[in-house]
Design a protein around this ligand. Structure first.
Ligand code: FE2
Length: 157
């Protein structure tokens, strides 16, 4: 499995668990988790932007995976982004006072986000990455991974 995908799978799970464990009113801990989220989402946005710019154009110029696959990938990236935008709004509302309701909203959005993300990663690994392995050149892989690694995030705790 793609190693950066493994990190996103792990960290999206960690964010759910860590946010759910923050006690109401513990603004210091909420701030730590909020910062983890911002690191995570910057990394994920960067990961997808690099695919949009450096993976899909050369790949789709050489091989046609089918209009349904291309549309599905685009739709999944958009759905991931929509969920992240909802979290961008909900996380600061939680962070300010660490309220229980606001925390629960963040946790629910993180759960939804992870479901959408995993659907996309599974699909991409099954349909696109084998094609990319066959059709992308070594310099293209290096450029893609170089761009994606710029915002790689360590494990959260
Ligand atoms: Fe993707």
């Amino acid at each position: 499995m793609n190693s950066s995908h493994r990190v996103f799978r792990r960290n999206s799970r960690s964010l759910i668990d860590l946010a759910a464990a923050v006690a109401p009113g513990d603004t210091a801990r909420a701030a730590v988790i909020a910062e983890h989220f911002r690191d995570y989402r910057a990394g994920l946005r960067n990961h997808h932007a690099a695919e949009d710019e450096l993976l899909w154009p050369p790949l789709f110029s050489r091989v046609d995976p089918g209009a349904d696959v291309m549309l599905r990938m685009r739709t999944q990236h958009e759905r991931v982004e929509v969920g992240l935008l909802e979290l961008d709004a909900a996380v600061p509302r939680w962070e300010s006072a660490a309220g229980a309701d606001e925390r629960d909203t963040v946790v629910a959005l993180l759960v939804d986000h992870r479901a959408v993300l995993l659907e996309h990663l599974d699909d991409e690994e099954a349909t696109l990455l084998p094609l990319a392995a066959a059709y992308l050149t070594e310099p293209e892989w290096a450029a893609l991974h170089g761009a994606q690694d710029r915002h790689a995030t360590p494990p959260f705790h």
